[in-house]
Write a protein of this length. Structure first.
Length: 236
């Protein structure tokens, strides 16, 4: 698929930002203290988390292209644009610029958006499994919407598994069970970030699944712009 100029701009802007961030993190990680009582001073674990997230972000930037080659279909432009903006907001603004701590509900907003994105991806999976460019009319809108919702929530749960695993392996704080100064939260306070993430994931998925189901039922084109609709053709 021929990419729009805006897609190309977003891709390179995000890629350059993440690469420069990695260089900055490498310089800072050796100078940072292991523990600090001052929430304004970042520790080695904070920079380690940033480093891991930036690396994963660079890999994630290439997922749409990998997916296109794998399934031989074009990933729609609106989905790619939203996806790249999401990566920029989650990794650079969230981790590097510390928006997760300085901007109220930043993490909740991103999880809601990710739930909606994954829900829209669920609708596309239905079309792929049925080898068609449209939602099959023999499937009920409720079933398709339910599949999209369940898919999105499952992916949200898998993401929490990833955060829990790497928090333990690398001593990170992706699940925000510690304050910025390293103070460990206890009881429900330690669970709050994870459970809130799951709730808003489900909320975003429910919104897009409901809208998508209604779009199918009433034959509107609302959900079509997120379908992997056009067959991918190799350039000769």
């Amino acid at each position: 698929m021929k990419k729009t100029k805006f897609e190309i701009f977003l891709y390179y802007a995000t890629l350059i930002t993440l690469v420069l961030s990695i260089g900055y993190i490498i310089l800072r990680i050796y100078q940072a203290p292991a523990i600090s009582d001052d929430p304004n001073i970042r520790t080695k674990s904070s920079y380690t988390l940033m480093f891991v997230q930036c690396l994963l972000g660079i890999l994630a930037l290439h997922l749409p292209d990998i997916l296109e080659r794998k399934i031989k279909r074009d990933v729609p432009s609106p989905m790619v644009i939203i996806y790249i903006i999401f990566l920029y907001c989650a990794i650079y603004l969230g981790e590097v610029q510390n928006f997760y701590y300085t901007v109220p509900n930043w993490d909740d907003i991103l999880h809601t958006i990710s739930g909606a994105m994954l829900g829209s991806l669920g609708f596309s999976i239905v079309t792929l499994l049925n080898n068609t460019e449209k939602i099959p009319i023999n499937l009920s809108p409720f079933f398709v919407g339910l599949f999209a919702f369940c898919f999105a929530v499952t992916m949200g749960v898998m993401w929490e598994f990833y955060e829990y695993l790497f928090d333990g392996l690398l001593g990170l704080n992706m699940q925000k069970f510690m304050l910025e100064d390293g103070t460990k939260l206890i009881g429900r306070a330690a669970l709050q970030d994870t459970m809130t993430d799951l709730f808003v994931d489900a909320l975003g998925a429910m919104i897009i699944s409901t809208l998508g189901g209604l779009s199918i039922k009433y034959k509107t084109k609302l959900i079509d712009m997120f379908h992997f609709a056009k067959l991918y053709k190799k350039e000769s």
